[in-house]
Design a protein around this ligand. Sequence first.
Ligand code: GRF
Length: 192
Amino acid sequence: MAVLISGAGSNMAALIDAAQPSDAPFEVVLVLSNKPDAGGLAVAQARGVATAVVDHRPLGKDRAAHERAVQTVLEAHGVEVVALAGYMRLLTPWLVGRWQGRMVNIHPSLLPKYPGLDTHARALAAGDAEAGCSVHLVAEGVDDGPLLGQSRVPVLPDDTPASLAQRVLTAEHELYPRVLADFCRAGRGRTQ
Ligand code: GRF
């Protein structure tokens, strides 16, 4: 599995840790970031996992060129499954098509509620009693695709977007490894 990140990579770290036991159903062979300064790169290196940076900025608006470069790195590492974990790039149909059924994402809301950004502020503004996170197969729309699992957390009276985000993130760290373990144990995502 490759984990794609743009930032702190706490979900990525949870996935690497879950892959440590010898009988774990997946192995993290690569952590790839589109940002050279993503904090998660050092986190992955400290855990002995190979890292790669495919910086999108020198390519300007050429999304296709960036994705071709990403694809080349994924293929070079023999990747079978791609886990997006705070990867802040919109994907084109080309890359999504390449990984159809083998690319998953985690999103900090109870999809189909609140795709996109600022999910916690939107949940609070709506007066929701609960929030949560979702893992889904990646399809062409933003945060769209068949759901693989969700976790729910309560919204508390004094919550701010930051406090709610922290509670949801803790749930993400449990949900993502569990869903991916089930996914891989079931043989989904396996290349022929
Ligand atoms: C998580 O909340 C994830 O659901 C969202 O971005 C955040 C990434 O956090 N897509 P981290 O980089 O895994 O710490």
